[in-house]
Ligand binder design. Structure first.
Ligand code: MN
Length: 312
């Protein structure tokens, strides 16, 4: 943990001193991770976990969790599956839907339904309770659910701020076509090729939904000093011409370096994650992520006392 922190400091100092980002320096693959544990979230989200997974821990700060749900086909039902009322405090949950429809409502009075191409960015901050369900009509007809949930940490200064909610519909997410029919990038958060993602974030985050067509190559820039990873949902890619990343694998990239190349061996769908590390202590317990154990105890007490509200 300490070694990781001082590593991050080195980069920050480097950036503060001169912002001399060496564009020639490649962001190398550090390690390729298969899924960690597989489990069911409620009765509606069969997931494979990649962050913290088997060994990533907080290495990808500010990303605390990546659960990959499905793809799984559910039979028709009049009783929508999902996960019932539960709390969160201290971070944001980001749900990206590829197939299916997910409905959410929370104790701050926010509700929404998201489908293919849509993203829900829910800021739990000081605390909410919510439910995440298959949308009623989707459940009734049955179909394939395919989604990702990320947990994005909040800096200490924002952990107890007011809860928030952003519905980022597909149409609000800019799409950049890649030269020569290589594919396209949808910019959910951060900036890429002149497009700015609609997500409002507390610390700098890059989140791109990238498709690369078989046989094509894409050059991508990511900030030097940021943590970053590529998660391959489908297909197979070669990164920087050397490392092969297969379907349902996550490639951890080096903090240093600012450029990488992605070459699709098969049509590939990739989630690109990047962010400035939050260099603060992490105390996590279930749905709560704070800075100290004492704050975790407080979160449990506040939830039990009803201070995070109830669904109505
Ligand atoms: Mn939740």
């Amino acid at each position: 943990m300490n070694a990781m922190r001082s590593h991050a400091d080195e980069h920050r100092v480097q950036m503060d001193r001169g912002t001399t980002v060496d564009m020639g320096q490649m962001k190398q693959v550090v390690k390729i991770y298969p899924p960690g544990s597989a489990y069911m979230v409620g009765d509606g989200f069969p997931v494979r976990n990649f962050i913290p997974g088997a060994g990533l821990g907080e290495r990808l700060s500010p990303f605390l969790l990546l659960d990959y749900a499905g793809p799984k086909t559910f039979p028709p039902t009049d009783h929508p599956r999902g996960v019932g009322e539960h709390p969160h405090r201290g971070f944001e949950t980001v749900t990206i839907v590829y197939e299916g429809m997910v409905a959410h409502r929370d104790s701050a009075g926010n509700a929404g339904t998201i489908g293919p191409g849509d993203v829900q960015w829910m800021t739990a901050a000081s605390g909410i309770v919510h439910e995440e369900m298959h949308e009623k009509e989707f459940a009734r007809q049955g179909g394939t659910l395919h989604a990702i949930q990320l947990w994005v940490n909040l800096p200490k200064a924002a952990k107890m701020s007011k809860p928030g909610y952003q519905t980022l519909l597909s149409g609000d997410i800019p799409t950049v076509a890649l030269d020569g029919g290589a594919g396209r990038i949808r910019v959910i958060a951060g900036q890429c090729r002149g497009a700015t993602g609609p997500a409002k974030t507390f610390t700098p985050v890059q989140l791109y939904d990238l498709r690369v067509n078989a046989g094509h190559r894409v050059d991508l820039d990511l900030p030097n000093g940021h943590n970053a990873a590529l998660f391959v949902l489908s297909g197979r890619v070669a990164v920087n011409g050397v490392q092969t990343v297969n379907e349902a694998e996550l490639a951890l990239l080096d903090q240093s370096g600012a450029r990488l190349t992605i070459e699709a061996r098969k049509d590939a769908t990739i989630l690109v994650l990047g962010g400035e590390p939050i260099d603060e202590p992490v105390a996590r317990y279930g749905p709560f992520v704070m800075n100290t154990q004492q704050e975790i105890v407080q979160a449990i007490q506040d939830y039990q006392a009803g201070k995070m509200g109830h669904l109505t």
